[in-house]
Design a protein around this ligand. Structure first.
Ligand code: ADP
Ligand code: MG
Length: 691
């Protein structure tokens, strides 16, 4: 049958098709009505039944849907069941940014992330109007946005006044959603499109969902500044069906050829070195930091316990330190190679903030809109948050829940939702006061709450101290990278160029061992692994932990269960990286190596040189002990002298106990700042009681 003939007989064809292919499904819907109000039809069934019927669906969707719906209506005896098509051919799965005028009024499939959803509102489908003259009721089907009233009364024939009988009228639900393009590439502003959903698919989507929208692309007249109609159209989608994509990493297509390459890489002796050398090779050194990033990219295993609690598998990493030490560069790179990587700056985060917000903007057309922030969009990926110390306090408090519970809940203006934020956080922060001081607690130097800091599995300090050898190597590395870049630029212009002066070893200096796209595929592939701890691995990790715990003296706690969990995650990530089903000893060595490196940098009490995890947060045991000792001295002196405790006397006693004079001064300052003591007159202190 040719196309035109098909258009003529659409109703019969659809009726035939439904009878032949979907009889049982329709019967089932009738039995359970109104539990389900949609009949889902597989596009390939239509194609199997008749290629031209499928073709008509793609190219004349308006007529096709109208007739298909009519055919379905007769089967379901006028019940409110919508026909919905899913599983469209991949050829009609288009990129939002690739939509052109030729796609207008065609049936298309768009893949993307849900960025915004409005609240669900009722919409009038069939209005029942009562005539003010004779009282008779007239039914008017509503198919435009503007309310359509009867022109004349069917019964008395008068142009009377009509009142809408709300209880008798038929309503449906509507919602507008915004879909954002997902891509393998890196575009700063991804393309977006609005989609209107009606019926039981309204309210089906949540921000952050990965979805395929099947629907008809429409254009609406755009108005100019003076509200006059123009010939330029805005596009939107009339959604027919949504297909939720559960496995979000499938965004990346892995071919058989890719798989072969991935397996080859996984067997390399130098696997971990190769991956490290593929993370921003233009950046010199920072091997340990890059190793941590590599493991973060793979992540641990998310677990669900019998009591329903979730233990995150995501590894959160924080870079803190001096400006100009490549923190931002590394974050940007990770966002590129991570499946579902998102880069943002805490300073200029979008209006949606980091998690989600409810707003009333032009998108909602008068309705409230729930908009996903970065953490929701990065669900199952990595959110790289630069200048994390500059985020707003609302964002900071939302971060807590997002990082630990892996979801955020929001309730405002009648919209309440729980959105998934199963993403790893890679944060970067600059010190508040100039340069980063390795001998001071991290918490004192950056504007992040201790509670938030403790959510990070690994914290790396970046310091920029002159170091003759490192400086030379770094400079040479950077110069070579620039030279190879210059050469490439020149060769692009003039192919025949030959270079007389050649800088040795420059061509590979900024070249990743594994191509970024392949690495991305490797990560997506490896993330599916679910490795298991082996008994030897468990012994190794437990051994490290208990040994380190034993080093704790005088109230110092070298490591806590938090870091132990972090080590398990790191070991899991290492096994995933090897595409191994088991966590072996070598994975533990990798995990321990990184944890040890981090703890040695920031988890050591500068005063005693001992491991003390509280050195991160700001009160190593030595300091705590000192503060309480000095408080005791003050309280003792107070009881004998009504003027209080004199600084000279405090210092004398403390120094006799081995506390240096400088430390006494700084401790007094701390105690005062924390409101433990006050200084009624210069050089005299009093403790604050009843606290
Ligand atoms: P930060 O975010 O830490 O302030 P940036 O990432 O903006 O620093 O880095 C500043 C510049 O210095 C970048 O152009 C970066 O490439 C360069 N740079 C810093 N450290 C290195 C390094 N180790 N190797 C190569 N380039 C570096
Ligand atoms: Mg920066």
């Amino acid at each position: 049958m040719d196309f035109l003939a098909m258009i003529e007989s659409l109703y019969d064809e659809w009726a035939n098709f439904l009878r032949q292919y979907y009889k049982t499904q329709m019967d089932e819907i009738l039995l359970t009505y109104p539990l389900k109000k949609s009949l889902y039809v597989d596009y390939w069934d239509v194609d199997r039944y008749s290629e031209s019927l499928a073709e008509a669906l793609l190219f004349s969707p308006k007529e096709s849907f109208a007739e298909a719906q009519k055919a379905l209506d007769t089967f379901v005896e006028g019940k409110d069941v919508a026909i919905r098509i899913k599983n469209l051919t991949k050829t009609y799965r288009l990129k939002i940014s690739a939509l052109r005028s030729e796609n207008l009024n065609k049936f298309v499939a768009l893949e993307g992330l849900v960025k915004k959803v409005t609240e669900v509102r009722p919409i009038l489908k069939i209005g029942v109007f009562k005539c003010s003259n004779c009282g008779e009721e007239t039914y008017v089907e509503q198919d435009t946005k503007r309310l359509q009233e009867p022109a004349v009364c069917q019964s008395c024939g008068k142009r009377a006044k009509f009142s809408l009988m709300v209880e008798k009228s038929l309503f449906s639900d509507t919602q507008k959603v915004e879909i954002q393009e997902i891509g393998e590439g890196i575009s700063s502003e991804p393309a977006r499109i609005g989609a209107y959903a009606e019926g039981d698919i309204a309210g089906m989507l949540n921000p952050g969902d990965h979805v395929i929208v099947n629907g008809v692309l429409r254009g609406s007249v755009r108005l100019d500044e003076r509200n006059a109609k123009t010939t330029v159209f805005d596009k939107y989608v009339e959604a027919n069906s949504f297909e939720l994509q559960e496995e979000k990493l499938e965004e990346i297509e892995i071919t058989d050829e890719d798989e072969r390459e991935i397996l080859e890489i996984s067997r390399r002796e130098s696997l971990i070195e190769d991956i490290i050398a593929s993370i921003n090779p233009a950046i010199y050194g920072l091997e340990m930091e890059k190793k941590a990033l590599a493991l973060q990219l793979f992540g641990g295993v998310q677990k669900e316990m019998d009591d329903g609690t979730r233990i995150r598998g995501d590894i959160h990493v924080l870079f803190v330190g001096d400006p100009g030490t490549a923190k931002s560069q590394l974050l940007r790179y990770v966002a590129q190679i991570a499946p579902r990587g998102v880069y943002t700056s805490g300073k200029g985060s979008s209006a949606a903030g980091l998690t989600a917000t409810v707003v009333k903007d032009s998108f909602g057309e008068g309705r409230w809109t729930l908009e996903a922030g970065v953490l929701v969009l990065a669900d199952r990926g990595i959110a790289c948050i630069d200048e994390i110390d500059k985020m707003t306090s609302q964002d900071a408090s939302a971060m807590h829940q997002a990082m630990e519970q892996q979801e955020v809940s929001i309730a405002k203006a009648g919209i309440s939702a729980t959105l998934q934020t199963r993403c790893s956080i890679l944060g970067a922060a600059n010190p508040q006061y100039g340069r980063f001081d390795l001998y001071k607690p991290v918490a004192e130097q950056i504007n992040l709450s201790p509670a938030l800091l403790s959510r990070f599995d690994l914290i790396f300090p970046f310091t920029d101290k002159p170091d003759k050898d490192r400086d030379r190597n770094l400079a040479e590395h950077v110069a070579k990278a620039h030279f190879s870049g210059e050469l490439k630029a020149l060769k692009k212009r003039r192919r025949d160029v030959t270079v007389r002066e050649y800088i040795e070893g420059s061509e590979n200096v900024a070249k990743p061992v594994i191509e970024p796209l392949l690495l991305k595929k490797y990560i997506a592939y490896a993330k599916r692994m679910m490795p298991l701890l082996t008994p030897t691995a468990m012994d190794r990790l437990v051994g490290y932990y208990t040994n380190l715990r034993r080093l704790g003296e005088e109230g110092a706690i070298p490591i806590t269960a938090r870091q132990f969990e972090a080590m398990i995650r790191l070991a899991e990530a290492s096994a995933k990286m090897r595409l191994s089903n088991f966590i072996e000893e070598e994975d533990c060595e990798t995990a321990i190596g990184i944890m040890d490196y981090c703890l040695r940098k920031i988890g050591i009490d500068a005063e005693t040189g001992r491991f003390d995890i509280d050195a991160i947060i700001g009160k190593p045991a030595s300091q705590r002990n000192r503060m309480s000792r000095i408080m005791e001295i003050i309280k003792d002196l107070e009881t004998t002298d009504e003027k209080g405790a004199e600084e000279r006397e405090i210092t004398r006693i403390a120094v006799s106990e081995g506390i240096s004079e400088d430390l006494v001064t700084s401790t007094l300052r701390k105690l005062k700042a924390e409101g433990m003591i006050y200084e009624p007159k210069s050089g005299w202190f009093r403790s604050i009681r009843n606290r």
